[in-house]
Design a protein around this ligand. Sequence first.
Ligand code: SAH
Ligand code: DHB
Ligand code: MG
Length: 217
Amino acid sequence: MEEDDLNLRYLNYIEQLFAAEDSALQETFNAMRTNGLPEINISASQGKLLQVLALAIGAKRILEIGTLGGYSTIWLARALPPDGKIISLEVDPHHAKVARENLDNAGLSNYVEIRVGPGLDSIATLVKEKTDSFDLLFIDADKDNYSNYLSQAFPLVRKGGLILADNTLRRSNLDDSPPSGTGQYNQTVAAREDLVSIVVPALRRRGMDGLTISFKR
Ligand code: SAH
Ligand code: DHB
Ligand code: MG
């Protein structure tokens, strides 16, 4: 379709100008393929957006839910200062193994801790450990749990921090009754007075999607 062609040209324009992948990111994508991981990582332009947001709030500690092969983890880790840290939660041990190899290959192992297990359990553990608060939370795992991730991890995010959620603007969000996991998530953050939120459309090779951005007052 003509419109798809045009979207692809916009996407290529953005990614060539602002979000070119270096060899570590390309190798990460290739390793995901070789190891049979689904190709559902964020796009390069979204990775750059995450990076800009992390830098803008001076993020030192980041919590990610849904590691996959570490592609988004690399974009985020590269926004950290030398003493920064990203903890990434992943339920699938195979994904976690591939991600660790990719992060090692990118020279970022020292910045990253991957915890294997259901995300909600790992968050509960972080709460029990009285972990330091996080500047940025990135939710990108099983969509039905988005609202649970928000409520459980919310106390771990500092005031003035950001909560980001991927895959929040899909066709299913338009005819949303009963609301999907991400539809519910959007409704929740839109209504919360302690958050200032917006969903930003994201152009992707496979069509429209979006990232919800919430600022914690
Ligand atoms: N953030 C990644 C993509 C994540 S895809 C990127 O952009 O590069 C979603 C990931 O969430 C998958 O690896 C999947 O195994 C993981 N996942 C699914 N259910 C989960 C759960 N309950 N807890 C933690 N991770 C989960
Ligand atoms: C899909 C895309 C994602 O970004 C994700 O986190 C999960 C699934 C998908 O296109 O199926
Ligand atoms: Mg996603």
